[in-house]
Design a protein. Sequence first.
Length: 366
Amino acid sequence: MGSSPSSPEPRRGRRDWASLDAGPAGLIAERVLSNDVVDLVRFRAVCRPWRACSAHLRAQGVLDRRFHPRRWIMLPDTFNDVHHRRCFINVFTGERIYPSAPPKPDSCHLLGNTSEGLVLLSRKDADLIQLLNPMTGQVTDLPPASKLLEDPYERPEHLTLRGAGLADDSTIAIHLKCFSLAVAKPGDKRWTYLRSRHRITSVLPLAGRIYCATKKNISVVQTMENQRPQLVEAADHNLDMSTAGAYFGGEPYIGRNKIFLVDNDGELILCHRRCWEPGSTHGSCCLYRVNFDTRNIQPLARLNERALFISRRRSLLVASMVSPSISADTVYVCWPKVAAIDLSGGCAKPKFKKGDDAAYYLSCYI
């Protein structure tokens, strides 16, 4: 039987997602979520039947790892759109979006991002820190910001976030001070400090735990039911972190050696950056694989077609195909100027194009 002329046949290759019923839509939603939570948000927006019979995304806990936008980073506010919405970029595809969930700056101070893509905020109208999923709008309350301030004249906007991430399924750890981490769970009244004997240079969540690097070793935050969290040694790196003979402005120049922890598809790697003098972009970058079985590190020669961006405090591993300006197996040092260090030993000045170049955006973020 032929189709009615009043019902034109859909164009081949197109799908009417809005007419799917809840059964198939739910299966598709699961597949979409396994790829990227942003795709789930988009699918939910166009599939009315599934949206009507499923719980709102904000009903899920903000600590639920399934909904974390791990591939997305938030760019500085200089990249806001005309509606003052923050710009987010996908570190694997280079796609840029402007989600509506992040609050306006007149209501919160932005402290920074976690490695899972979540955002830490300090409320202006209350002594409160909040953890926000910028893609879904999920939010939870954390202990007061005032509990993190040592000086009574300090204000929450003076806090400098060096790193943050989930220490387990219900605990967040933040790195604000050189020799300690602050940890808490939603609903806690105060932050718990975990102190290190050595300066913490980098923190990174991986496989449900959070690791930190010092000049002596790599430690992990150990959490157990009904016990106080602890910072315990997980591996030695035995790298030469000496600052002997390196002075700048009359003070030891600790920036001569930097260690960064990096998540390489679930494998923890360590980047050791050495520069010859303050302000220099020249020097060397060596990569190592962290072996928790032998509790040491092993040299790593390549990044498997990826590139590493580093600055004073942060590191970010990206797909080289995100921009034609990015070369694989290269470390881009983005402070004080941008330099490209090939893992084979060469050093050059990259040519990132201002404007529509993901490499330029990444160098501004890091």
